[in-house]
Write a protein that binds this ligand. Structure first.
Ligand code: SR1
Length: 397
């Protein structure tokens, strides 16, 4: 169904969400419908409407005109709902198996109506419970490889790419990332949030010119490089998973950005979960990091060989150069994400949920060291196995 421009924005209620599904004819007439608002993210309302007779459901996601995580004092564009539904549709044209089906979207109401994925679990929650999701990295590696390749100048007509990129000009949401990921945690800014026990470690980051120079270079890449349509917020809270299925949700931060960003955010959130686990249970997370990169490079290289539209595609060394730069950038972006999720505005439950305070502080201190090492050493890491070595080293220093 097309995006309509007729309605006037107001936040939906649970009853309003039910009425909308009836109006859209998503359920049989007279179906006994119930609805719950289940949003637990930082920005939006999420309604789960269920037909109690059949058990079938739909999800209605509605953007609020402010960031829920902070409150009404932080206004936020509603346009992000259109970006999100357009991104889901674009991704679906390349990897329908990895995104929810979009049934309807309404720009004025800032809503996207989509497939109910409640048979799956948010990957972050499952990972915190100790699940390992054996196919997670295979699926996410494929998702990233295909979406990046096909929306880049290598996989798509280069004029069409420029046109497509116009749909994803997303300055407000990019600004959030520019601030919260690449800037605020590295300065004494009031958005930061950390335990006093970490103050010495945090002040060391604020006073480290070498680190600042490297983060500034990474931020510049995020600001200027439009390689492909990226998800823009690919942490484990943006992924639904089971042992057999994986679905990527919430691409409201999507824009034309650097190849390495989604990979880096995914790596970082796997590593944050690993940091929260006792040592013997960290292995599956480290294996996921390696498998993500392995699958990504295989799928991307295969697409490069078979579907590249760029006349220089067969030039010896070009693919290797693109992959190497993507790897180095991904590690740097991962380092920034690890640090911001530890001391910035929006934390992760993996670390905040460690009940024992000493263990929590210890894990966060390790996270800060790991983040810094990822950023500073990204160029000397030769292959993905060396991330494991860096992670294990951080544990003993
Ligand atoms: C104010 S938004 C905070 C964070 O939530 C989103 O999921 C993004 O990660 C953003 O940085």
């Amino acid at each position: 169904m097309a995006i309509s421009k007729q309605s006037v924005y107001e936040p939906l209620t649970e009853n309003g969400a039910i009425s909308l599904t009836v109006r859209l004819g998503l359920f049989p007439e007279g179906a006994p419908l119930t609805c719950r608002e289940i949003g637990d993210g930082n920005l939006n309302l999420v309604f789960h409407v269920v037909d109690q007779q059949t058990g079938k459901g739909v999800i209605i996601k509605q953007a609020l005109p402010y960031a829920k995580v902070v409150g009404e004092s932080w206004p936020l564009t509603l346009k992000r709902a259109v970006i999100e539904s357009n991104a889901l549709r674009t991704f679906a044209s390349y990897v329908p198996e990895y995104v929810p089906n979009v049934y309807y979207s309404d720009e004025s109401l800032a809503i996207t109506v989509m497939e109910d994925l409640s048979h799956l679990q948010i990957a972050r929650k499952g990972l915190i419970e100790g699940k390992t999701y054996p196919l997670l990295s295979k699926h996410i590696g494929e998702f990233i490889a295909k979406t990046l390749f096909y929306t880049s100048d290598f996989g798509m007509n280069q004029q069409q790419k420029k046109q497509l990129s116009q749909q994803f000009v997303n300055p407000e949401l990019c600004k959030i990332t520019e601030d919260l990921v690449f800037t605020d945690p590295f300065f004494d800014y009031e958005t930061n949030n950390f335990e006093q026990e970490l103050r010495n470690d945090v002040e060391a980051l604020w006073n480290d010119d070498t680190l600042h120079l490297e983060v500034a270079k990474l931020k510049r890449k995020f600001l200027t490089e439009g390689d492909a349509l990226i998800h823009g917020d690919l942490h484990t809270g943006s992924i639904f998973a089971s042992d057999t299925e994986t679905k990527v949700i919430d691409p409201e931060f999507a824009f034309y950005g650097p190849f390495g960003f989604d990979i880096g955010q995914f790596f970082a959130n796997l590593l944050l979960n690993a940091l929260s686990r006792p040592e013997p249970q960290q292995e599956p997370l480290l294996a996921h990091v390696e498998q993500t990169w392995g699958v990504f490079t295989n799928v991307f290289s295969d697409l490069w060989d078979r579907h590249n539209v760029e006349p220089y595609a067969k030039t010896p060394g070009l693919l290797q150069d693109v992959l190497r730069q993507t790897f180095v950038d991904a590690i740097g972006f991962a380092g920034c994400e690890v640090i911001r999720r530890t001391i910035g505005l929006a934390h992760v439950a993996d670390l905040d949920g460690i009940e024992d305070k000493n263990k929590r502080i210890y894990a966060k201190r390790r996270a800060l060291h790991l983040g810094k090492n990822l950023i500073l050493q990204r160029r000397v890491l030769n292959d993905v196995q060396e991330i494991r070595a860096l992670f294990l080293q951080t544990f003993t220093t």
